[in-house]
Design a protein around this ligand. Structure first.
Ligand code: PMP
Length: 427
């Protein structure tokens, strides 16, 4: 191994990257340092991380408060088995998290990432009915949804090229159209028809924004109606806040826009401020109670080696300190206002099919003959942004901005001018 070689060269010899066609992808960019919204590369370039490194980073890179708390925890207790044992960071994190969630959420189950948070929620929902001897086995999800890459999470996600090779191993799911503005009745009608049968166990959904679908957005009022309809028919609601959680929608959680309360919730990504891998599934007392018994076989047989890792919990606690700080909401409001102002100007420009915004998430859909994840425009737009010193990862012809909340007004202006440059490129 030669230390004089660039990281990007050494990397190609040994690493296999996610969501990457390794034959045709350019060498990865070696990042040596991060601070605030900026990533610094080994060849001396700077990139504004306008996608929060796959939607995880909240407060900026290498945040000193999180770094200090993590370092402290590493010197006290790095890990301990979480079956039969517990520790302060997990207890404190659960206590503090539950205080911020809808008040029916009473128990916390830890895993490692968003996909496993979803797997656990699905297993809990199915076993909830199984333990009671009630034959409810069907899962309902939105068309276009994405809930992760493990098998259960893939099964409840849109069938697509992502899932095609595994199609025969994925369980059947009833898919509902997304209630985008003007098409709410289609969703309600489809759901009502489904609910005439009594076999639906649970409905899983990305609240307000379907991320991977291309930041497809819908209103809280219709989601309230959907949850309420599900509850009237004894269908559990699983709210996947893996992406929307911790401020992305302009409030702490998408749940803060709703009057109805989900039965189960999934979190990951921003929970540690983007520092460590951690997944969380929270549930109502009713869900938890269905697993209580003198009979050991009614327990939830699920657990990962690193369940509730103390260092990850410490990172999450440090991040929560920042989430609970007044500055946090101020930044959400500031970014939301900037996005809204930009959108008003930009959405009527030639070459733009649609601009969408929910809180700190802004999406621009460039007008092409057919919107698609594999649209050839994608690589052009991606490279253009990098050349401008901005990290944006287009979903085909849809470009979204989902920044860390410390992003400055100047940096936001640079991101917007990159979008304007993209528009000219497309024209
Ligand atoms: N749910 C949603 C809504 C997501 O956006 C994602 C990841 N993009 C996941 C689940 C899966 O999370 P992870 O990548 O951490 O497994």
């Amino acid at each position: 191994m030669s230390q004089t070689k660039y990281l990007s060269e050494r990397d190609l010899a040994v690493n296999w990257h996610p969501y990457t066609q390794m034959q045709t992808a350019p060498p990865p960019i070696g990042i040596v340092r991060g601070e605030g919204a900026i990533l610094y590369s080994e060849d001396g370039k700077e990139y504004i991380d306008a996608v929060s490194s796959w939607w995880v980073n909240l407060h900026g890179h290498a945040h000193p408060h999180i770094a200090q708390r993590v370092a402290q925890q590493l010197q006290t207790l790095e890990h301990v088995i979480f079956a039969g044992f517990t520790h302060e960071p997990a207890v404190e994190l659960s206590e503090r998290l539950l205080c911020l969630l809808p008040q029916n959420q009473k128990k916390v189950f830890y895993t490692d990432n968003g996909s496993t948070a979803v797997e656990v929620a699905l297993k809990m929902a199915l076993q909830f009915w199984y333990n009671q001897g009630i034959p409810k086995t069907k899962i309902i999800a939105f068309e276009g949804s994405y809930h992760g890459d493990t098998f259960g999470a893939m099964a409840v996600s849109e069938r697509s090229v992502f899932t095609q090779p595994f199609q025969q191993y994925l369980f059947d799911v009833a898919f509902l159209p997304v209630p985008v503005p003007g098409r709410e009745m289609e969703t309600l009608d489809a759901l009502t028809a489904l609910l005439t049968q009594s076999d639906s166990a649970a409905f899983i959904y990305e609240p307000l924004v379907l991320g991977t679908a291309g930041m497809v957005m819908y209103a809280p009022e219709i989601l309230d109606q959907i949850i309420s309809l599900c509850h009237q028919h004894q269908v559990l609601c699983i709210q996947d806040e893996v992406m929307t959680g911790f401020g992305r929608t302009g409030k702490r959680f998408a749940a803060d826009y709703l009057t109805q309360q989900p039965d189960l919730m999934c979190f990951s990504k921003g929970i540690t401020g983007g520092t460590m891998a951690l997944g969380v599934t929270t549930v109502s007392q009713q869900i938890f109670n269905a697993f209580l018994s003198e009979d050991k076989t009614r327990a939830l047989f699920h657990g990962h080696s690193y369940t509730a890792n103390p260092v990850a919990c410490a990172a999450a606690l440090a991040s929560l300190d920042l989430v609970e700080n007044l500055e946090f909401q101020k930044n959400l409001d500031r970014i939301s206002t900037s996005h809204a102002n930009f959108k008003t100007e930009f959405e009527h420009q030639p070459g733009i099919k649609e601009c969408r915004q929910t809180g700190t998430i802004l999406a621009v859909e460039f007008a092409v003959e057919q919107t698609s994840y594999f649209h050839s425009l994608r690589d052009k737009l991606y490279n253009f942004a990098l050349e401008n010193g901005v990290l944006l990862r287009p979903l085909g012809n849809i470009v979204y901005v989902l920044p860390p909340y410390c992003i400055t007004e100047n940096q936001l202006e640079k991101v917007y001018s990159t979008l304007e440059g993209m528009r000219k490129l497309v024209q």
